[in-house]
Design a protein around this ligand. Sequence first.
Ligand code: ADP
Ligand code: MG
Length: 648
Amino acid sequence: MSDPAPIPLLDIQNVSRIFASGDSEIRALDDVSITVWSGEFIAIMGQSGSGKSTLMNIIGCLDRMSSGSYHVLGQDVSTMDADRLAQLRRETFGFVFQRYNLLATESAISNVEIPAIYAGTDFNHRFSRAKELLTRLGLDNRMDHRPPQLSGGQQQRVAIARALMNNPPLILADEPTGALDSKSGADVMALLHELHSEGRTIVLITHDEKVASNAERIIHIMDGKISGETIIHEARPVEADAPAHKGTISFAGSAREALHMALKSLRVNIFRTSLTLLGIIIGVAAVVTMLAVGNGSKQKVLNQISAMGTNLLMVLPGAPGIRPTGDVATLTIEEADLIKIMPNVEAAVPVRTSRMTVRYKDIDVQTVIQGVGQDFLIAKDWRITKGQFFSDKDVRSYAPVVVLGKTVESNLFPDGENPIGKFIILQNIPMQVIGALAVKGASANGNDQDDTVVIPYSTGFERLFGQRRYLSNVTVKVADVTQIENTQNAIYSLLMRRHKVEDFNIRNMASIMQTATDTQNTLTLLLGVVAAISLIVGGIGVMNIMLVSVTERTREIGIRMATGARREDILLQFNIESVVVCAIGGMLGVITGFVFGFILHFSGMQVIFTPWPALLAFTCACGTGTIFGYLPASKAANMDPVVALASE
Ligand code: ADP
Ligand code: MG
């Protein structure tokens, strides 16, 4: 009968830990060898600075040794990856620290539950177990208290309950009584004895001889070396059973947990959260409002253009693509008359415009004088509200008559006096008002179409516009809109025959609409870019806040890692936190955007909400959260537990 040699619980051989400190190095542990058997109660005793905590961190896989070998239950720790180490911390070790290392923002019971969360235990089981443990440790009436509301002794008992949560075979206690009064200290020691008598292995670290005397075996450590051993009770080499594998938290569970933690930490840091949110809200609201305004103005322009009639053709002087100016003198009245007699042409109105001053009594106003033919009203679909429009006879007889646009009428006759029959002065020439036009509103390019005075073109050429008898445009109304292309082509042929060169251009409403749409799209794009920039700025704000948050909560990360959180759990937690901030900000931003849009709407601006800018901005906000949250999150996840724990 040859039993294989029993495997110790912990097997530490020739372990050293060297810290670089400037140019020199510190040998915190120097060639330490310890074997711990299952069921032992050992104390590691030494003065402050002798390397006890360093040893405990290596035993607990919170830190890595510089050299030597370390086996837990026969398995080589140096070959384990981060997840496997997290599993060891979760299932094999329970930590008790001098400074408790509880999460200050969580209740006692939530603190106790943490190791079970990372082990994937479902809520009911972990809640009842945490309750049971706290009750056993005499804290049944303190479960919902947060650590700052508890005494030191109570906090240490919460920490012990947490260490027991996953039922680990080994308890690692680093100066567990160091911060406690003697009564609480004695309570904690009694607890450790109780746990030992239940069969648990205890490794107790202390500088205090009296505390150490509780153990069965005391290992003395001095300047990083083992300086002796006091055996009170000889250990039997008992082989430990491997702890039951509890599993790990599922992705969904981890995400749910992360969401819970995120909401909690956001609530705790309400002011900082609001500032972060503000950035996102402004960004998203800007996108929503600006695009709604952009769309609104585009629609308004398009409506105005189509209100002008899709049955219109504008013949303009100047080659296509070149902005027509008054100097291009290519269109004549004769040509307007030729167009008028073409098939499918209902009206062809010669138009000549010029800015001039009109006067009535002592009021002077600058306005647009339009010299037009008598078919102007028909072509433009305008109406007369007072008096009448001039006739063919007026045009032929160079009648000195005018029809006033609404704006000019209000300016010249502010008291509501009836203008019909009155004489106004146009460049020293008295002209009689015979009619007034109905309100037409702003035009496609934003000009006030009512700011005008309409006169017969003949009168204009004879007395106002000077020598050169060219036209600003010929406005053509077609009878059958479906044939508008043919008519446009026919006019083109006619003018080409006469001019030989293409020094004119003909536009229909479709092409004008296209130009306006392009302009408006550019405007909307510009607004969108401005809005997007504010969104990015908001995202950078989120990144800053997350970086601050991670730095501030490094200790929390250390605690979570010591209780078994894997890197991906930490990564997920911080990522979800930033996504949650951005999603909340995005939502509020969309609402704010709509509210602003409605305010603008009721103050007379045309706004049109479409779902996609809101969706896009919201998605972008969440995306920004993911991208900008990733950096701090991965920084947090890649920290060594011992480094994280050491931070204040
Ligand atoms: P103890 O817990 O016994 O009081 P420690 O294990 O904390 O002692 O420290 C042992 C020695 O190692 C001390 O001299 C300490 O200054 C040094 N030391 C511990 N941690 C670090 C570190 N992260 N960097 C540099 N030196 C360290
Ligand atoms: Mg220490």
